[in-house]
Design a protein around this ligand. Structure first.
Ligand code: 3H9
Length: 698
């Protein structure tokens, strides 16, 4: 974040209207200097007898997008945001907040402190604090229910997702929406306001407390059932309850205490780390300007290719999707069509919007239609021969200057890039399934990639609303980018525990208890055991590397997971949740007997610690090799790509709750059992020697 300007708030006048203008790029976060500036300007405007009303607005891309999150770890500065909101609310002159961009968190709370709110049509407003493990702490939990009613307020804060100005106006949160010049409209609005303005207590919309209590009972149960009953969520419900029952001053005190408790919680620290890690990951060393992008070519309309096409259509790109033969085209069209039908049925899109999106899609069997595409993404199956052939054809058809990308997750990028005949223009774009939903894309960069090709790929990911993480790969360095390398290590460690005495259920339960939605064997069943099997078979392996054959033996039985109703679990027809597969347990027991392995027992804590330790070591290895640039990049990939609990910040963040020296010692105790997995990475040794932590490298 850039240094805040010295005077981030200006007081201007338009006749009898005072304008308090905030200017604190990039997102006008409400840091100490901004708060002091607003407070001083407000006092001056209130004291000036020539001023009849006040407008608070912002320059730049947005009305404040929240409190300054970076200040949360620093000593408090006066005035607090809560105090400032109360100052605005109790101002003797009417105050209008003029919202544009993304008025989020403390920004929206500031606006709710004002007596009226006007927003530009394209503004979005919301209270996303829950995504940082906290609750609104500057009066949001008390003022929002008074403006829109308790249930809507609770839903909005629990979802943490912004809504459009139009919806906010329907809710009663925004008084006016303007398609014209916001500041002019706000001043005109303020001129109308010589009448007395409402205090918080006088605002309408008091919900029926009994109805709310009944609704919250159901909501609390639902949150518990879906594993979303976080500290912040429960506190939000309590504070809204208080808004219905006690005077605002008491409610604000209660909110403050709840906010402080959440702010100090480990889950908020983890989520705040994840927030900044994502943004740091998106910064690449390549500073060449990106090339123009308007049409995306995609080759391959399977689950992945179709998902990428939807992701591009959702963001307004023109898409040409190439499939083999008429049946390939029809299947791809069906996949994409079904997605839009569901979105329309669920009310996420209107029929007209769905139809309009599809007019940007061209489906064809002809690769030579890709000549006008600005970026062409190869998304055929993970088969090297096939990819080499398709990439050569893409290279033959693409126009000069187009960026070419392969969606491989572990094949040799350099070899694939060379197949195009223009390796400089080629990068890896590793989307994660389902690509229309998952926010992560690994941008794989090889030694010969041109900086502007990389910047273009990075810009594309950003325009898709996704999180880009750069993975630097060189021939000969381990297969896979960041995520799959950590995942392979995690799986091998789990398989070793399985071989030595744990059951798939024990391992899955331990990892769910840690916060993963699914354990490694549930994930394996869902993805299909044949996929990982094929990868193991095609990857080169040292003869002395520890290898566990259990998964291969299960595949040999034809048990491939959910798709065959049998894998580590058995899935009765139509069921998504499996029950333990007794035959697999017998197969594992026979495997142990055959190999003379004496069964050991493991506690859940031992299982969890071993698997976490393994992920940290794999992450440290990637940092040593330079594949990942920052520990936070590994965290970002693991959170978005593999369901690592966001509230824990990621494996490298978690590793800093202990010391590199301790991690090394524990790895050294395991090393002899599987040197390929548990030999401490050189970076760990270095950090231990220098008594530094991973956070020092971010
Ligand atoms: C809160 O308000 C608590 C209150 O209830 C109570 C207080 C008492 N602070 O995302 P971008 C930086 S909690 C500091 O790439 P975009 C960000 O790190 C807050 N910095 O842009 C990045 O910096 P850099 C509730 C912030 O256009 C730069 O701005 N609000 C903050 O893709 C650009 O960010 C939120 O949770 C911040 N609040 O998206 C909203 N926000 O260039 C959090 C951003 O150095 N923010 N930065 O890497 C967002 O969701 C997105 O940033 C936003 C823009 C949608 C606004």
């Amino acid at each position: 974040m850039k240094q805040a300007p010295k005077h981030p708030v200006r007081l201007e006048r338009q006749g009898s209207i005072a304008l308090i203008v905030i200017e604190n790029p990039p997102v006008n976060a409400l840091g100490g200097a901004v708060r002091r500036g607003i407070a001083a300007a407000l006092s001056a405007a209130e004291a000036n007898p020539l001023v009849t009303a006040i407008v608070i607005c912002a320059n730049g891309r947005t009305f404040p997008a929240g409190a300054d999150i970076r200040e949360f770890n620093q000593p408090a500065q006066e005035p607090g945001l809560g105090q400032l909101c109360t100052m605005i609310e109790t101002c003797s002159k009417p105050v209008v907040a003029a919202l544009h961009g993304t008025a989020l968190g403390g920004g929206l709370e500031l606006a709710m402190g004002a007596h009226f709110r006007i927003a530009s049509t394209d503004a979005r407003v919301g209270l996303p604090e829950i995504n940082l493990g906290i609750l609104p702490g500057a009066g949001g939990t008390q003022r929002l229910p008074r403006l829109v009613g308790a249930e809507l307020a609770m839903d909005m804060m629990l979802a943490g997702a912004p809504v459009s100005a139009g919806i906010a106006a329907e809710m009663g949160l925004i008084d006016r929406v303007t398609g014209g010049d916001l500041r002019e409209a706000a001043v005109a609005f303020a001129r109308e306001l010589s009448m007395p303005h409402p205090t918080a207590e006088q605002r309408g919309q008091f919900s029926d407390a009994n109805a709310y209590m009944a609704a919250t009972k159901a909501r609390r149960a639902e949150l518990k059932q879906t594993g979303q009953a976080s500290r912040a969520a429960l506190k939000i419900i309590d504070c809204v309850e208080a808004a219905l029952l006690v005077p605002i001053e008491t409610g604000l005190e209660m909110e403050r205490a709840a906010f402080e408790e959440c702010l100090r919680s480990p889950e908020s620290q983890g989520m705040r780390h994840a927030f900044f890690a994502e943004r740091a990951a998106a910064k690449f060393p390549e500073d060449a300007p990106p090339r123009d992008i308007s049409r995306i070519g995609i080759v391959g309309g399977g689950m992945m290719g179709a998902g990428i096409a939807i992701a591009c259509l959702q963001r307004g790109f023109d898409v040409t999707l190439v499939e083999q033969g008429e049946s390939g085209v029809n299947t791809a069209l069906e996949r994409i069509g079904t997605h839009y039908e569901r979105a329309i049925a669920k009310g996420r899109l209107s029929e007209a919007q769905g139809a309009a999106a599809l007019t940007h899609l061209q489906l064809t069997t002809k690769l030579d239609t890709l000549g006008d595409a600005d970026v062409i993404i190869e998304a055929v199956g993970e088969d090297e021969e096939l990819k080499l052939r398709i990439l050569k054809e893409i290279g033959d058809q693409a126009r000069q200057g187009a960026v070419l990308a392969t969606n491989t997750s572990y094949l040799d990028l350099m070899r694939l890039a060379q197949a195009t005949g223009r390796p400089n223009d080629t990068v890896g774009l590793h989307f994660f399934a389902p690509a229309q939903v998952n926010k992560l894309v690994e941008v794989a960069v090889h030694d010969d990639a041109d900086a502007s090709a990389v910047s273009t790929a990075q810009a594309l990911v950003k325009r898709l609303g996704k999180v880009a993480v750069r993975a630097k790969v060189s021939s000969g360095v381990g297969a896979g980018y960041i995520g799959n390398r950590v995942l392979e290590a995690y799986r091998l460690a789990a398989d070793i525990l399985l071989e030595e005495g744990a059951t798939p259920q024990q391992i899955d339960t331990a990892m769910r208890g840690f916060g993963f939605k699914m354990g490694p064997y549930q994930v394996a069943d869902m993805s299909g055991l044949d996929i990982a099997h094929a990868r193991r078979q095609s990857s080169p392996r040292d003869a002395d590397a520890r290898y566990v054959e259990i998964a291969d033996k299960i595949v040999a039985q034809g048990w491939l997971g959910q798709k065959t109703h049998r894998g580590y679990y058995v899935y009765p027809e139509g069921a998504r949740d499996g029950v333990p597969n007794g035959d697999v347990l017998k197969l594992i027991a026979a495997h142990r007997a055959e190999n003379g392995i004496t069964e050991q027992s493991f506690t859940e804590a031992e299982i969890r610690d071993t698997l976490l330790l393994t992920m940290v070591n794999a992450g440290a290895q990637l940092l040593t090799e330079g594949v990942a640039a920052r520990p936070g990049d590994v965290d970002t990939v693991m959170i978005h790509g593999f369901g690592y609990p966001r509230s824990r910040g990621g494996p490298m963040f978690e590793a800093d709750t202990t010391t590199p020296a301790l991690i090394m010692r524990r790895l050294e105790a395991l090393q002899a059992q599987a040197p390929n997995l548990w030999t401490p990475a050189p970076l760990l040794r270095e950090l231990a020697r220098e008594r530094r932590k991973f956070a020092d490298l971010n």
